[in-house]
Design a protein around this ligand. Structure first.
Ligand code: NDP
Ligand code: 8X3
Length: 252
């Protein structure tokens, strides 16, 4: 495939699995995240296993300046980004608004909404200059529905939904594809982060049914990049067979 792909949040979960799958298919990968050791380790593995180029780029998407500087620091050959996967994100906390922790809200809004914007703001001009590109925003079923205690996380993902729609309109004349993928429950570090490291609570989220895996989501992300140039999957919801939506999971 030989494309250059930049993936945010590649140290874990969907991002890591996506980096591996694109590399397996011959793409060159810029892996980003905050955990430098994991980024370096992943980039080394991609190079060794798949014989592709890979560049670790460590930055916190919540920091506008750090993000802009990191993208600007890319060597010119790496700036020809074909695919941007805006995946970095998190849920933090699970309580009603009246009981909510404001630090959790800031974290989610700063990462899921502002971080996605900062990364996109830095990369969209590069794609526009190339007159091609594909932006894949990771939404959620929480971008489409609101569930009890999901409030600010759902709001942040609804914002991603609006941003994807805006990008699609504004990038139309530049021939740049914008895809939003909205997964339901998938077992990654996501729930552990949401429950602030409480592994027991995190495990319960996935009990009694078969949740999706990071590899499942990676295969869907990859698939959307394999369509002919004139086709774009705009918006896609994907859940495990046991999940109907945010409210109904068939737990045995
Ligand atoms: P993980 O917790 O496994 O991975 C999250 C990734 O985001 C990590 O690589 C983390 O890297 C990165 N990240 C978080 N905060 C920042 C930050 N401030 N700056 C840079 N990178 C950051 O979760 P998932 O793989 O499950 O989640 C990926 C995306 O998918 C998120 O947007 C999430 O909201 C969404 N999603 C997840 C679902 C699920 O059930 N798992 C379902 C629907 C959507 P690091 O810590 O190294 O910075
Ligand atoms: C992650 C899925 O149901 O926890 O976005 O919101 S859910």
């Amino acid at each position: 495939m030989n494309k250059i792909v930049l993936i945010t949040g590649a140290t874990s979960g969907f991002g890591k699995a996506t980096a591996k799958l694109f590399a397996q298919n011959g793409c060159h990968i810029i892996v980003t995240g905050r955990r430098k050791d994991k980024l370096i380790d992943l980039a080394d593995k991609l190079i060794d296993r798949y014989n592709v180029r890979s560049l670790p780029l460590c930055f916190d998407v919540r920091n506008a300046e750090e993000t802009a500087n990191a993208i600007a620091s890319l060597p010119e050959s790496w700036k020809k980004i074909d695919v941007l996967v805006n995946n970095a994100g998190l849920a933090s906390g699970f309580s009603k608004i009246q009981d909510g922790d404001i630090a959790d809200w800031d974290k989610m809004i700063d990462t899921n909404v502002k971080g996605l914007l900062y990364v996109s703001r830095a990369i969209m001009p590069l794609m526009i200059a190339q007159k091609k590109g594909h932006i894949i925003n990771i939404g959620s079923t929480a971008a489409k529905e609101v569930y009890l205690n999901g409030n600010v996380y759902c709001a942040s993902k609804h914002a991603v939904d609006a941003i994807s729609k805006a990008m699609r309109i504004e990038l139309l004349e530049h021939g740049i594809k914008v895809t939003q993928i909205n997964p339901g429950a998938a077992e990654t570090e996501f729930s552990e982060v949401r429950f602030h490291g409480d592994k027991e609570k995190a495990k319960k989220v996935y009990e009694g049914y078969q949740p999706m895996t990071a590899q499942d989501i990676a295969s869907i992300i990859y698939y959307t990049t394999t369509l002919p140039d004139n086709l774009c999957i705009n918006d896609l919801i994907v859940t495990s067979l046991a999940q109907a939506n945010s409210f109904y999971i068939d737990r045995k």
